[in-house]
Design a protein around this ligand. Structure first.
Ligand SMILES: [Zn+2]
Length: 506
């Protein structure tokens, strides 16, 4: 059989066409998310957790694991984890304890991580997300509490990786910072939308945790880190072997990582090869995943109960007290905002998909109308973000600047076309919209004297059109308006020009 050109290219690079892959195979997703809590002190000692401090200045005998040092659990971290569990509709354990997860790594001073194993703090919850108008329930298997590791820095190589490095440095400031791990159950049934469901779940989880005020959940700073599990199977057959892609640090990357694994794994399966259960690493620049180590089984870690920490028995009263402190959660908030902003379901869904809820709210808070804010974030700015492959929030324009821009449009100082040129300037770092408009000379010509001259010239150049308007065919004014706009390089207000034309010709 003759392969099409794109098919054979895909074969050479080991990737299938995505649409073809999901016609043949059913993806099963799984997501493991680590969230750094922003408690004032570490999980098992009193060391500060401030980000960006000088290396190894926030350490003590406990988090450096000096002999005889004993841990004490951080109550604020336990409370935060229970709140996350409640917000994710989980059951909160009545009896739970910590466990040692044994592995050797230079950034792990104890040679084990204090984590939880068979008795997680929270279990059996769910998060509902809507993709393409359809609701998907992502079930949560467990939410547990553990500590973060230190950070290793490889010096002397070109890439910052261990290969080619001349030395490696360890910073233990991060060792012992409380970390919450949230593990989903396998998510079948998403079909071709697996990448979008993975992204929507991660965004919803991030928004839920942010609303609780227990972490700043910044993916780019690593306070929310995502591992994406994926397997493929033929319809009606058992689930396939999964891979786990690590270090996925943006919503867009979650989507890309799933898509890439579907294409890669399906090509291997088509060729009759098997999928290895392994850890893979996401490459931000290329969108590929690359093989890392083969995946350890839980038994490899030789978990055992942590003897130095007391078991936890959260009383039902305490759990209910914490439940009573839960704020308005994202889903409720979106319903409220949709009503306040007078948006239809589809439009609101677009806002959510573009991850623009907070941006639009901040723009409205800065003094513009909801429709004005929605127009820019979902229109021109989404287009720019797509073009540059950035997240919308990463664009170099603030909600306040968007509000100022729309304010200038409302005041008649800019029309939408000029406003788009102002956006060019703001994104290029030329300042706030008013500065850019002034520097680039982009404001609407409001000097009616200048507009009258331009209209006279347009009438003189188009006598037949002028006669039509005189005869009552006002629709013909469009031709003259176009001519004036051209003459003023788009800097006239079309409504004003139209009025002047009709005044002159009737
Ligand atoms: Zn410490």
């Amino acid at each position: 059989m003759t392969q099409q050109i794109d098919g054979s290219q895909a074969r050479r690079s080991g990737l299938n066409d995505y649409d073809k892959a999901v016609e043949t195979y059913e993806p099963v997703l799984g997501l493991e998310t680590h969230i750094e809590l922003d408690t004032r002190t570490k999980m098992f000692c009193g060391c500060s957790t401030t980000f960006g401090a000088e290396p190894n200045t926030q350490t003590c005998p406990v988090c450096l694991a000096l002999p005889g040092a004993l841990p004490v659990a951080n109550k604020a971290a336990i409370e935060a984890t229970i709140k996350i569990g409640l917000a994710l509709n989980c059951h909160i354990a009545e009896w739970t304890r910590f466990a040692r997860k044994n592995y050797f790594y230079p950034d792990m001073p104890k040679n084990f991580q204090t984590s939880q194993y068979e008795e997680p703090l929270c279990e059996n919850g769910y998060v509902d997300v809507v993709v393409d108008g359809k609701e998907y329930r992502v079930e949560i298997e467990r939410v547990h509490l553990e500590e973060d590791t230190g950070k290793t820095l490889h010096v002397g190589g070109a890439t910052g990786r261990i290969h080619g490095a001349t030395e490696s440095l360890v910073d233990y400031n991060r060792a012992g910072i409380p970390l919450v791990e949230i593990v989903t159950k396998p998510v079948p049934g998403t079909g071709a939308l697996a990448p979008e469901v993975a992204k929507a779940y991660t965004a919803e989880l991030r928004d839920i945790v942010r609303s609780l005020g227990v972490s700043d959940v910044r993916m780019e700073q690593g306070s929310l880190r995502c591992d994406v599990n994926l397997s493929l199977n033929l319809p009606g057959e058992e689930w396939g072997t999964r891979t786990e892609t690590k270090n996925v640090n943006s919503l867009r990357s979650v989507e890309r990582a799933v898509r890439y694994e579907v294409r890669r794994q399906s090509a291997l399966l088509d060729a009759g090869e098997r999928i290895f259960q392994e850890t893979r690493h996401f490459q931000e620049t290329t969108g590929e995943t690359r093989a890392g180590r083969s995946k350890e089984e839980a038994t490899d870690y030789r978990y055992f109960p942590e003897p130095d920490l007391a078991v936890m028995e959260p009383s039902r009263e305490w759990v209910e007290e914490l439940r009573a402190t839960l704020p308005e959660l994202p889903r409720k908030r979106r319903e409220r905002l949709q009503a306040e902003w007078s948006l239809g379901d589809k439009e609101m869904q677009s806002v959510v998909n573009a991850d623009a809820v907070d941006l639009i709210q901040a723009t409205v808070d800065a003094g513009t109308t909801p429709s004005g804010a929605v127009k820019w974030w979902l229109g021109e700015l989404s287009r720019r973000a797509n073009e540059s492959g950035e997240e919308l929030a990463a664009l170099a324009i603030t909600p306040k600047q968007v509000a100022e821009l729309q304010g200038m449009v409302d005041d008649g100082r800019l029309n939408d076309k000029l406003a788009r040129q102002v956006i060019d300037g703001v994104l290029a770092g030329e300042g706030d919209p008013a500065d850019v408009a002034a520097k680039r000379g982009l404001e609407v010509v409001s000097d009616t004297g200048a507009l009258e001259v331009a209209v006279e010239e347009a009438i003189a150049a188009n006598p037949a059109v002028a006669d039509k308007i005189r005869g009552g065919t006002h629709a013909a004014a469009g031709v003259l308006i176009g001519a004036v706009m051209k003459a003023t390089k788009g800097q006239a207000d079309a409504g004003t020009v139209r009025k002047i034309i009709l005044d002159k010709l009737s």
